[in-house]
Design a protein around this ligand. Sequence first.
Ligand code: ATP
Ligand code: MG
Length: 245
Amino acid sequence: MIEFDRVSFSYGNRLVLHELSFSVHEDERTAILGGSGDGKTTILKLIVGLLRPDSGRILINGADITEKAEDELRDIRIKFSIVFQEGALFDSLSVKENVAFPLREYTRMTEEEIDRKVRELLRRVGLEEAIGHMPEELSGGMHRRVAIMRSMAAFEPKMFLYDEPTSGLDPVSADVICKLILDLSGQGRGYIIVTHKVFDAFRLANRFMFLKGGKIVFDGDRPALLGSTIPEIRIFLRELNLDRN
Ligand SMILES: Nc1ncnc2c1ncn2[C@@H]1O[C@H](COP(=O)(O)OP(=O)(O)OP(=O)(O)O)[C@@H](O)[C@H]1O
Ligand SMILES: [Mg+2]
């Protein structure tokens, strides 16, 4: 369970989140929608303790992470598998070394075990052949698949956090990523997906939050989202071709 309790956050004097409160269960599939710069990525970084709020509390399974020291945050981070929006892979490392990175960092696996694990993870996403490639040789969709597998290589995450996992991809590659996201969830493992793409959000989530002006202005299910009269939400919904205003 993730709980934000009146969380405010600013970069310098730019207030991004203003007394934000919400709670999400680990097994839920939530999409966070909102305009560029509205603070979606900031929310994900706060959840894993990469950023700390200026005020308010963030509780993970009842424990206040805003008070924890950096070394204590490790236990929190391993509950989540986070896939960042950009620069998800290390450009100077091969696909193998990218996926092996968390294994080397967080486990005591032997070279042989690492090799076996990396191959197994890449096989799951049809990329075993690309093991020796450099990131620049991968298509956008392949890049995302490797990044997703790397994010969960070392741990069994309780929940996934995806920041714009399908942005910039053609519909076929985006479809592959959506299927992978669905495939990796289950067994009570939910996710939070940040996206601009309502189409993908509808496919992947059953709860929707809409962020605007540092606040959550909408939190509800699909029918409620479709019926919302908030102008920005109506603009997002145009992508579905339901709204012909
Ligand atoms: N490190 C930083 N220093 C200063 N300002 C920042 C920093 N990171 C983000 N911001 C600003 O904070 C605001 C929120 O950023 P954030 O990345 O959370 O937005 P976002 O909703 O994820 O946007 P996008 O949809 O474009 O990814 C933006 O106005 C951004 O310019
Ligand atoms: Mg972002």
